[in-house]
Ligand binder design. Structure first.
Ligand SMILES: [Zn+2]
Length: 65
């Protein structure tokens, strides 16, 4: 449905355009240098980052240009 180029927030049910990229790694599943990416809108950046940080997965947060 949506364009490939359209970057939307990864939060469940959210269809807003993403403004941030959350880079994370689950040490039990991933090589240490591997990065998984979640996209987040302004509204969900904090809750998604908190979710990852609470599990020790969050590595970096970058703004999207
Ligand atoms: Zn969102």
């Amino acid at each position: 449905m949506s364009e490939e180029s359209e970057l939307l927030c990864s939060a469940k049910g959210c269809r807003r355009p993403a403004a941030y990229k959350l880079l994370w790694n689950n040490p039990k599943l991933h090589e240490p240098e591997r990065r998984k990416t979640w996209l987040a809108c302004d509204e969900h950046r904090a809750s998604l980052a908190d979710f990852l940080a609470a599990r020790g997965f969050l590595r970096d947060v970058e703004g999207l240009a």
